[in-house]
Design a protein around this ligand. Sequence first.
Ligand SMILES: [Zn+2]
Length: 354
Amino acid sequence: MWSEERGAGLPLDLVVASDRLPLLAAQGVTWQVLVADIDAVAADEHARLAQPAVADKGGDWFAEYRDYKAITTHLEELTALAPGLVSMQAIGNSLENRPLWALKFGGSAPGSTKMMVNGTQHAREWIAAMTTTCVADRLIRGYATDPAIRDFVDHTELWVVPVVNPDGYQYSWSTNRYWRKNKRDNHGVDLNRNFDLAFGGAGSSGLKAAENYRGPSAFSEPESAAIRDLMLREKFALSIDFHAYSQLLLYPWSYSSKPAKDRDKLAAIGDRMASAMYATHQVSYKLISGVELYPASGSLMDWAYGEAGALAYTIELRPKGPGGRAGFVLPPSEIRPTCDEGLAAVLELRRSYR
Ligand SMILES: [Zn+2]
């Protein structure tokens, strides 16, 4: 099940083996084919990325998707560009020992607000890795000339973790484009069900083969534990977790339909964020509480809000769903506009928090 927006009367993006379609028909389910062959789409993308010209693309780094190694190099280059503004450090290591890289922006003024922006808990959501890296890039390159960016950077201690799940991300590049979980054993764990708030509840599975397998215990995975440790240490006031796809802006709770204590505040700020995102390219992001989507227990967002005390949001980036064309395989021409939307959300969350 690919679409993030699910509910009665709504269409659903579903991956089905072609020989199973008669079973759907027998149940009276109607459908239209969005993508006839998702493996062919992935193979086309893989072939495009293998072309030597891709590495350069006229020097525009955000004209194409980049793997973990290229992202790491880009983060190093950004740090070298503005050593007084930003520093780079690992906040932990993955199961396969890849560093979870973070860029930390200063916040030179006293009383700076602490904020975390992360992406790519889910491996196949490549646009989340590009958008978070791009947000960091924009903040660094825009600092000297853009007053809104300068104001943000000067008054925010921002941590950006573009790839929370580097093992899964690399696997989605090398082997299975549609891989979601980390690389625990041969089944993987859904990191966004591995956090310790309502761990084990609705919308997570105890079955290892399930796409939303929560793992044997909360924080059993080094990647989610690294985020936990960072958040407990830094005590962020604000948090955005980037995902794809469906064009949604979500606020707590995800595990329960009971209203969050700060529901009105979360919704009001979220409304301003959605407006700021829309203002960049007139693309709509729908604002709803996580559980209105479908229940999900053990998520980063719920834990960040309920246990770490942050005003926390999840953003499902482009494309729109249901009916989201090729879903996770978003055309590279949409990286920059999606980044504009992500940056607008980050800046507006900080602005609204004052
Ligand atoms: Zn996701």
